[in-house]
Write a protein that binds this ligand. Structure first.
Ligand code: SF4
Length: 374
């Protein structure tokens, strides 16, 4: 049987964060039970011919599901065939977790939790529309440790409205004291259609300058490294071996199945997207008709570009030999001029068969990536 990764989408949230453009919805709790029923049918139908090598249950807020639905989801997952020691992650949001739920999750075989915290400053948490306080997060995190979760990620954000450099560094300082195995550190992006997008266009958001944001990134990274984390991707830091195996599947352009409304898959060179609408998703699953809304076959050029964009996100960069294996040509036959240009500008480094972003290149990664468009 073929090995593949699995993403499961749970599109419910207690409240929509002001910056969030993910396919997740507040006030649709009424559909939760039926959704999970449909989701479990889709999981069983699509995954039974594979060995699952990594699992990520994301959203939305999977930990917002009621205990009975969580149990059902865990039972369905437990029936799948997993590779030995497969990483199985689930996103949890503070304010939606309790002992019972964490025990169900643990029993279901989940071996990695990812907590969305973003900042330790309560005033900022409110400002970005989070439902929880820092104290609530601490309670949930401690409970997870007590129950036995020994691989935990914390998501953090910088560049928030009214956040200054010392707020950011204090937040990182606080959470490193908790000793999570993994920390993701993202910069705020004002996405179209979000509450922040509206406030921004009305001139009501006071954001840090680009220079301040760059300082936050650079000094945040230095702080994490000084606390024993290594950076392995633009926004991701891990202790020891605890890099996120599932996310590396995306960055290495490997295959995955996405189940649930709005989920995407990459299988047999096709990008497939499921319908967004929750009711339509449930209806289609129950009527046993296709839940995919878009199917796109990647061209060779798409694959080359994706390999470059994703590969350059990782600190280990692009493996020149792997490029030859995948595309049958030397990377120079396509990108020599652009690689040389970026090396000259100090943004790329080429060393022992690898091409990767320099520290400055990481800060200006968008510039380098746009050069890789064919
Ligand atoms: S909890 Fe996560 S998915 Fe839900 S609205 Fe906030 S950022 Fe978006």
């Amino acid at each position: 049987m073929k090995e593949i990764s699995l993403y499961i989408h749970v599109p419910f949230c207690k409240q929509k964060c002001f910056y969030c453009d993910f396919p997740s919805y507040a006030c649709k709790e009424g559909a939760m039970d039926e959704y999970v029923e449909a989701l479990c049918k889709e999981i069983t139908k699509r995954c039974n011919k594979y060995i699952i090598k990594s699992l990520f249950i994301g959203g939305g807020t999977p930990s917002y599901l009621e205990e009975e639905s969580l149990k059902k989801l865990m039972e369905t997952i437990s029936a799948l065939e997993f590779k030995d020691k497969a990483e199985k992650s689930m996103e949890c949001n503070p304010g939606t977790v309790n002992r019972k739920k964490l025990e169900i999750i643990m029993k279901g075989g989940i071996n990695r939790l990812s907590f969305g915290l973003q900042t330790t400053k309560n005033e900022l948490l409110k400002k970005i529309g989070r439902i929880h306080s820092y104290e609530e997060f601490i309670k949930n995190y401690s409970l997870a440790r007590e129950i036995g979760f020994n691989n935990i990620n914390i998501d953090m954000m910088f560049g928030l409205p009214n956040q200054n450099l010392s707020d950011w560094l204090n937040s990182l300082d606080e959470i490193t004291k908790l000793n999570p195995e993994h920390i993701s550190s993202y910069s705020l992006i004002i996405e179209e259609g979000t509450a922040f997008d509206r406030l921004y266009s009305e001139g009501k958001l006071s954001l840090p300058s680009e220079e301040e944001e760059r300082d936050m990134y650079r000094m945040g990274k230095e702080l994490l490294i000084s606390r024993g984390y290594h950076q392995y991707e633009i926004s991701n830091f891990a202790k020891g071996e605890k890099e996120c195996a599932h996310n590396k599947v995306y960055w290495q352009c490997e295959e995955y199945i996405g189940v649930g409304a709005s989920a995407s898959s990459f299988v047999e060179n096709k990008r497939i997207k499921n319908v967004d609408d929750i009711s339509e998703y449930i209806d289609r699953v129950n009527r046993n008709i296709s839940i995919s809304e878009e199917v796109y076959e990647n061209s060779r050029e798409d694959n080359i570009e994706e390999f470059m964009f994703m590969g350059l996100r990782m600190n280990k960069g692009i493996d020149e030999q792997e490029f030859i294996i995948r595309f049958g040509v030397n990377i120079d036959s396509i990108y020599k001029r652009l690689i040389d240009k970026n090396i000259k500008a100090g943004l790329l480094i080429r060393n022992e068969g690898k091409i990767y972003l320099s520290q400055r290149g990481i800060e200006l990664s968008n510039q380098v990536m746009s050069d890789m468009i064919l």
